[in-house]
Design a protein around this ligand. Structure first.
Ligand code: PEP
Length: 240
């Protein structure tokens, strides 16, 4: 099976010119590029093989919501995938409730949510990683029960493994696989008929360690932050 690689550029690069140049260097068939909002149009125009993603969205369809962006607006630019509930957004105050509203808005319009769930360092230290992950997973499962079709990606991203966190280390691939299996089993137990699910890992994935994660059938891809801004690194991941 082809793996899904999602390049989350976060708030990088600085200019549209750099975004276009980076796209041209990494453009590849099973890659989804999620640039910052202002560069979506330019990246789309430079893509020949990859697909377009966004890093967030607002749940309302239109109206007086200064600074927000709707699913329809993103769709009109060619966006197919939308990252939701990224830990960097949760740290800024995004709640499970907001993530649920966004999931519903995205699936309603036929786009694919990439729902990020993960345990923090304090959860890991306290031995409550699974509880923390399930606390984020369950509300989205409830939200998905009203849909009869759609494709959903869950990204297991332990917060302590994200490269910008202090002393970040990637998860051990075996642990990541085990947590993904727990997430997958929970999702499948709920009998959500008609929906197609995929499960990926994110957290300090690079050209050197990607093979350790992607060798497992249960890890269907990777959400890549820092390394996605380095064409050589990303190319190595894509080759794997
Ligand atoms: C991310 O931002 O989702 C991520 C996994 O970042 P990094 O690869 O830099 O750890």
């Amino acid at each position: 099976m082809k793996k899904i690689i999602i390049a989350n550029w976060k708030m990088n690069p600085d200019t549209e010119l750099e975004a276009v140049s980076l796209t041209q260097k990494i453009d590849s068939e099973n890659l989804i590029i999620a640039p910052p909002y202002p560069f979506l149009g330019a990246v789309r125009k430079s893509q020949k093989l990859s697909k377009l993603g966004a890093q967030d969205v607002f749940w309302e369809a239109k109206g007086a919501y200064t600074g927000e962006v709707s699913v329809t607006q993103l769709k009109s630019l060619g966006v197919q995938y939308i990252v939701l509930g990224h830990s960097e957004r949760r740290i800024l105050g995004e709640t499970n409730d907001a993530v649920v509203k966004k999931v519903k808005a995205v699936v309603s319009l036929g786009l694919i949510p990439v729902i990020c769930i993960g345990d923090g360092l304090s959860d890991k230290i306290a031995g409550r990683s699974e509880v923390a992950v399930m606390d984020q997973l369950m509300p989205t499962i409830e939200a998905l029960k009203s849909f009869k079709s759609g494709k959903i990606i869950f990204a297991y991203e332990p917060v302590w493994a994200i490269s910008t966190q202090k002393d970040a280390k990637p998860d051990n691939p075996e642990n990541a696989r085990n947590m993904i299996l727990k997430i997958k089993n929970k999702v499948l137990d709920e009998g959500l008929k008609g929906l197609e699910f995929h499960f990926i890992y994110g957290g300090s994935v690079n050209g050197l360690n990607a093979g350790g994660f992607l060798k497992y059938d249960e890890i269907e891809g990777a959400l890549v932050g820092g390394a996605s801004l380095k064409p050589d690194e990303l190319t190595r991941i894509l080759k794997i």
